[in-house]
Every structure is written in C-alpha cells, then in structure tokens.
Design a protein around this ligand. Structure first.
Ligand code: BGC
Length: 450
C-alpha cells in the first residue's frame, strides 16, 4: 500500500474529529427541543466532546508508546463507532452527554495519535504535506457535518445527524486493520526486523532502510523526556509558548462559532432554521478555503506574519460583531443580520490562516527533541481543556453579559493573543529543529550546544 493511501486512511481520524465537533451545531437546534434542554444543558452536551478529548489526549501518549500508534487509532475508531450509535439512541440529556464524552475520548486519541502515526510512516520529503492532510481533514469534516445538518434539516432528525458519524468510524476501523504499524514504534519496542519489513514494503531501498533504522535509534536515545523534564530549561521556555498558544487558540472564541453558529445566527435575527444552517455551511466553506491558503503560505510567508495579520483580523471582526449586536440587540434589523454573517465569515477566515493551523504546526515543531512527545501531549491537552471551558461557558456568558459583552470579551482576549505572538512566538520557517532548540537555549540564558 502506498504511503499516500496510508496517510489518507489515518486522516479519516481528522475527518471524524471535524464531523463530531461540527455536527452538534445543527443537531443542537433540534435536540434541545426534543429533550427540553436549558442553556447549561446545551453547553454540557457540546462541551463533553472537548472534555473527553482532553482526557483522551492525556492518555494517548502512554497508550501509543505501549500498544502502538496504529492500535490507538484503531481504538479511537471503535469509540467513535460506539459513541455515534449511543448518541443516536440517547433517551435523555444524561445519556447524550455520556455518549458525547466517549466520542470526546476518541477525538483526543485521534488528534494526538493520527498526526504522529502519519509523520512516522511518511518519508521526510513528504512529511509536511502529508501531516497537513490531517488538518485539512478536520475542516472538511466540519463542512461535511454542516452539509449533513442542512440535508436533514427538513426532517429535524438530529439522531441521524449524530448517528451518521458511525459511517466514517467504520471506514477508519476497517482501514486501520489493513495499514502497517509505525516502523518507528516497532523499532522503539525492539522489533527491528518487523520495522525493516514495513519500511521495505513502503518502497524504501535496503541501504536507506538501514540508515533510517540507525537514525530512529539515535533519535530515540535522545527522546526520552518525561513530564517532569518539561519544567527544566530550555523545555520550559518552549512550553510557555506552546501552552500559551494552545489556550489562546481557544479563548479567542473560535468554537463558539464552530459549535454554535446557527444559534448565533438566530440571535442576529435569522429566524428560520434552514437559513441559519445555510449560513453555517458558508462558515464551513470559508474555513476550508482559508485553511488551504494557509497551508500554501505557511512555509513561504512564515508563521509570525500569518499569526499577526490573522489575529488582527479576528479582533476587528469580533469588534464588528460586538457593534452589530450592541446596535440591534433583538436582531430586528435585516442589515444587522448581514453584518453578523459577514463578520462571522471574516472571523473564521482570519482564524483559519493563523491560530487554527499554526498552533498545531508549532505544537509539533517547537519543543526540544528530548521532551517533544510529552510536551506535544501537554499542549494538546491544554487546548482541549480550554475548549471545554469556552464551550461550557458561552451560553451562560451571553445570559450574564449579553451578546455584545461576550464578543467584546473575546475581542479583548484577542488583543492579548496578538501581544503574546508579537513578543514571544519565534519564527521557525525554514529552520531545522536543531536551530529551533537553540532559540530556547538563548532565551533561557544557556550556552548553546554544538
Ligand atoms: C481547532 C479546533 C477548531 C477548528 C476549526 C482547530 O485548529 O483546534 O478547536 O474547531 O480548528 O477549524
């Protein structure tokens, strides 16, 4: 099987991550009526996926070292399948919330393990592009979820919307039984002969197989960092930036839009459910288009310019949303609805060229080699934990501060994110991982290593 096909199968994990986080936007409009949910219960059902994902990400590092990356992605597929089916038949809010928690664990496993698996089977020359496939799959999954919600809107069938996640879960599960284990993991657990066999089956010439295996063992000797080592320099300096970006990616409010877009449209005065869902499909399309632009630009323009331009755009769009909702709190004026939809699109586009892809990229490349595994898991967990807090508090925040107050708050946090990126995030474009490590050593006032 070609590396490309293997990466595509593993990227179905990204599709499920996107589908299961995106589908709740449409499903909620109907489920909340059927199960008579209040604001807190709606937030809970939404937020169970990020909460489960924080746990899943935390556990996945240990599991994927012990049982292998392929097994963890396979386990994620089973959890996706069971969670989707349980959501579809949930008789009460409590069961729905529990089923969404199971889905969350799957999302956490997938978001931490799929990119690692892909990067470990991919040859170095194709690695960047193939790992980006995972990110692209996430936004495609969100868009597919919005389209499914649009198609099922006339039947109000929120159970089918949630249950359909079982289809890609089945594909992922079946696909993972056909792909090989990661050769790097095989080498790590001392199964060198099998690792050789996998690399040869991926089309690698014998001489390169031996070199690669030697390189893997050299890397592994260096890469034995634990969670405790993260608090020592130079890892600490890198971790401040990684965790900072993980939290800021979420607390600037992206998932209030991704998860609640149709509800926000209703606040803006879009009264029909189908119009609200249709504008949400627009949000998904803009997200996909801007992500494609970002993937093309990130190695050319660099990470910092994209972050600075993108976050500035997010702040401006959030201020426009704040003003729109302040001027017309009840959404009586059609012009405000137009401003709201436009501002939402601009905000999502600005996120998708900056904090969206660049956090995941930096989370994979900025940590010193020794601590990379533990640090990336810590960053992923921080990201999902912040996502949980934002999803759970969004509707109560609107009840307490009003819609303009809530978006004004996210705009203020956006300014903090901008200052953080300008002052603390280094440019890593075109630098080797070794050079990136020297940046942290210099910042920590340590002598550089030859
Ligand atoms: C974020 C997700 C978000 C998605 C939207 C990702 O980078 O981590 O929380 O839902 O972007 O496209």
């Amino acid at each position: 099987m070609s590396v490309r096909r293997i990466a595509l199968i593993a990227a179905i994990g990204g599709l499920l991550f996107g589908y299961d986080t995106g589908i709740i936007a449409g499903a909620l409009l109907f489920a909340r009526e059927d199960l008579s949910m209040g604001a807190f219960e709606q937030g809970l059902v939404v937020a169970m996926v990020p909460l489960g994902a924080a746990f899943g990400a935390l556990l996945s590092g240990r599991f994927s070292n012990r049982y292998g990356r392929r097994s963890v992605v396979g386990a994620a597929a089973v959890a996706f399948l069971l969670g989707s089916l349980a959501c579809a038949v949930a008789p009460s809010v409590a069961v729905l919330a529990a089923a969404r928690f199971v889905l969350g664990i799957a999302v956490g496993f997938a978001s931490a393990s799929c990119p690692v698996y892909i990067s470990e089977v991919a040859p170095p020359t194709q690695r960047g592009r193939l790992v980006s496939l995972f990110q692209l799959a996430v936004v495609v999954g969100i868009l597919v979820a919005y389209l499914v919600a649009l198609a099922l809107e006339p039947s109000s069938d929120w159970r089918l919307m949630l249950g359909l996640g079982a289809v890609p879960a089945l594909l992922l599960g079946l696909g993972m039984t056909r792909v090989p284990p990661s050769p790097r993991w095989l080498a790590m657990v001392g199964r060198d002969d099998e690792a050789r066999g996998v690399m040869a089956s991926l089309g690698m010439p014998q001489r390169e197989v031996d070199e690669e295996l030697e390189g893997i063992h050299a890397n592994l000797r260096a890469e034995q960092g634990t969670f405790r080592d993260l608090l020592r320099q130079p890892a600490r300096a890198a971790l401040v930036v990684g965790i900072g970006l993980a939290v800021l990616q979420q607390v600037t409010g992206i998932n209030t839009v991704i998860y609640f877009a149709p509800s926000i449209m209703e606040f803006a005065g879009v009264t029909s459910k189908s119009a609200a869902i249709l504008s949400t499909v627009g949000v998904g399309l803009v997200n996909l288009a801007a992500t494609i632009v970002a993937i093309r630009l990130v190695d050319r323009a660099g990470r910092r310019p994209l972050l600075i331009v993108g976050i500035s755009g997010m702040v401006l769009a959030l201020l426009a949303l704040t003003a729109g909702f302040a001027l017309d709190p009840d959404g009586k004026d059609g012009a405000t609805a137009v401003v709201t939809v436009g501002a939402l699109m601009a905000y999502v586009a600005a996120f998708a060229i900056s904090l969206g892809p660049i956090f995941w990229l930096l989370n994979g490349e900025i940590y010193p080699l020794r601590e990379r595994g533990a640090a990336a898991a810590a960053g992923t967990t921080a990201n999902w934990a912040s996502n949980f807090v934002v999803s759970l508090t969004f509707l109560p925040l609107i009840a307490a501060l009003g819609t303009p107050g809530a978006f004004g708050l996210y705009a203020g946090v956006g300014v903090v994110a901008l200052i953080f990126c300008i002052t603390l995030v280094p440019e890593t474009r075109g630098r080797t991982l070794q050079e990136i490590e020297q940046i942290w050593r210099r910042r920590a006032g340590m002598a550089s290593e030859a």
